[in-house]
Design a protein around this ligand. Structure first.
Ligand code: LLP
Length: 435
């Protein structure tokens, strides 16, 4: 019996046939019925994470708003669940904004981010009266001020500050260091606060920072909070700036594999809130509204990827490759960041882990390896491999590499599945081509 279950969705179990169950559904039956690669989203885990973030932060700090970072994964059904759970939405493109709009997501709960928002995107944001536009540069500030003046609507904006804090994560996903392409470096921010405050067409409500993703410690948040609050106090003194809202971004880490230690949401909440309150007291600032933007920590654990085993290749004394029918087109994270994953044989959950194998994707890159050197029960062709913690940054980073079809997504709950995204068809692939 496989013992490593910590990273599976909260509803995971094993039935009498020895099959992995998620959301009360037999994953092997689903894989056979809907074909593979197939993504499952466990609704119970997803909603539990939304509720956990809301509860852990707001019981310590009532004026907290939780904004889900849609770049982790978004579609219509997902947006409806977030709306039902009372979360807001962080979008970074017209596309994400349109998905939100398509399900009547409350626009005042939408935050617009990005280091290069187009004029079209800023126009949409103004026209839809979204909650906040998070301004990333002087260039954007000037463009937005001019555009808002023409429409007559005064958008609420925040300035994204780069606090100069190292979040100790992968260099591709660290964003808080000075020199990052994101945000306004602290030393240049004074000028922009002044500019934003004096723009009659804009309403500056607060400051934002996001120091990185997959952060496994609370201390970098505390450092960044201090730096940004010190800056706010300085701006108060110099320009009469009032910090109504502090947005500390997302980045809360999750556990991908056994043995990784990642703080519970309650630990992050305690560290953030205690430092926010103590620093505000010391600086004699009134307590601002607190906004957090978790993406991965909301959706990662809810997602499971299912693949079917094809070719098994032995390189004697070196490796045993088990190839599956998906890979870097639906999960580029191992190739891009060297991210580790675990796997289960969904139809052999009660068997001993008797052999060490490597799970290879089917795409034409040597780097397309999903899981390296893992002990699993003896595997044969057509077995179903389940990889947990695949809910975040898998499908949102998917590609059609090798003209592959993007997988279907099922929402599972209490023994029932619901197709929330159909598998692509060959017509989808060829449909945009003109001869
Ligand atoms: N807020 C802002 C402004 C962000 O840029 C991000 C993520 C988040 C919130 C949410 O961060 P999270 O809570 O999901 O860590 N593709 C990478 C992750 C890129 C994160 C980009 N920004 C990966 O697969 O690890």
């Amino acid at each position: 019996m496989v013992q490593r279950q910590s990273s599976l969705p909260l509803s995971a179990g094993v039935n009498k046939k020895g099959h992995l169950i998620i959301g009360g559904c037999d994953t092997v039956d689903l894989a056979n019925e809907y074909d593979t690669p197939l993504y499952l989203l466990d609704e119970f885990t997803l909603r539990s994470k939304c509720q956990e973030f809301k509860a852990e932060f707001s019981q310590r700090y009532a004026d907290t708003t939780v904004i889900y970072a849609s770049k982790a994964f978004l579609n219509g059904a997902m947006a409806v669940i977030l709306r039902e759970e009372g979360l807001g939405l962080d979008v970074v493109s017209a596309g994400e904004l349109e998905i939100a709009k398509s399900v009547d997501f409350p626009m005042d709960m939408v935050y617009f981010h990005g280091n290069n928002k187009s004029a079209e995107e800023l126009n949409m944001a103004i026209k839809y009266h979204i909650g906040r536009i998070v301004v990333d540069s002087q260039d954007e500030l000037e463009m937005l001020a001019a555009m808002a003046e023409e429409t007559g609507h005064i958008p609420d904006i925040m300035l994204r500050i780069t606090p100069g804090v190292d979040a100790h994560t992968h260099e591709h996903i660290t964003t808080g260091i000075i020199g990052s392409k994101f945000g306004i470096p602290l030393f240049a921010a004074d000028e922009l606060v002044k500019k934003a405050m004096s723009a009659p067409s804009l309403n500056l409500v607060g400051l934002h920072f996001h120091i990185g993703s997959l952060i496994a410690e609370a201390q970098p948040y505390q450092e960044a909070i201090e730096i940004v609050l010190d800056f706010a106090a300085d701006m108060k003194q110099k320009h009469g700036f009032v910090l109504e809202e502090l947005n500390i971004g997302g980045g809360f880490g999750v556990q991908y594999i056994t043995g990784e230690t990642v703080p519970q949401v309650s630990i992050f909440a305690e560290a953030v809130v205690s430092r926010l309150i103590s620093r505000c007291r010391r600086l004699e600032l009134s307590l601002p509204m607190l906004t957090i933007e978790p993406g991965r920590a909301i959706v990662a654990q809810a997602g499971v990827a299912l693949y079917k085993v094809g070719v098994i290749k032995d390189i004697p004394g070196i490796k045993r490759y088990v190839s599956v029918d998906g890979g870097m087109a639906d999960n580029i994270r191992p190739a891009l960041y060297g991210s580790p994953y675990e796997a289960f044989v969904a139809n052999k959950m009660l068997e001993e882990e008797a052999e060490q194998i490597t799970i290879a994707g089917r795409f034409c890159e040597s780097g397309d390896i999903l899981v390296k050197d893992i002990n699993l029960p003896p595997i044969t062709r057509s077995d179903i491999i389940a990889i947990p913690v695949c809910g975040a940054y898998n499908l949102s980073l998917q590609s059609n590499y090798n003209a592959s079809l993007n997988p279907a997504v099922l929402l599972v709950k209490e023994g029932k599945e619901r197709l929330i995204r159909r598998r692509q068809t060959y017509e989808d692939l060829t449909g945009c081509d003109l001869l």
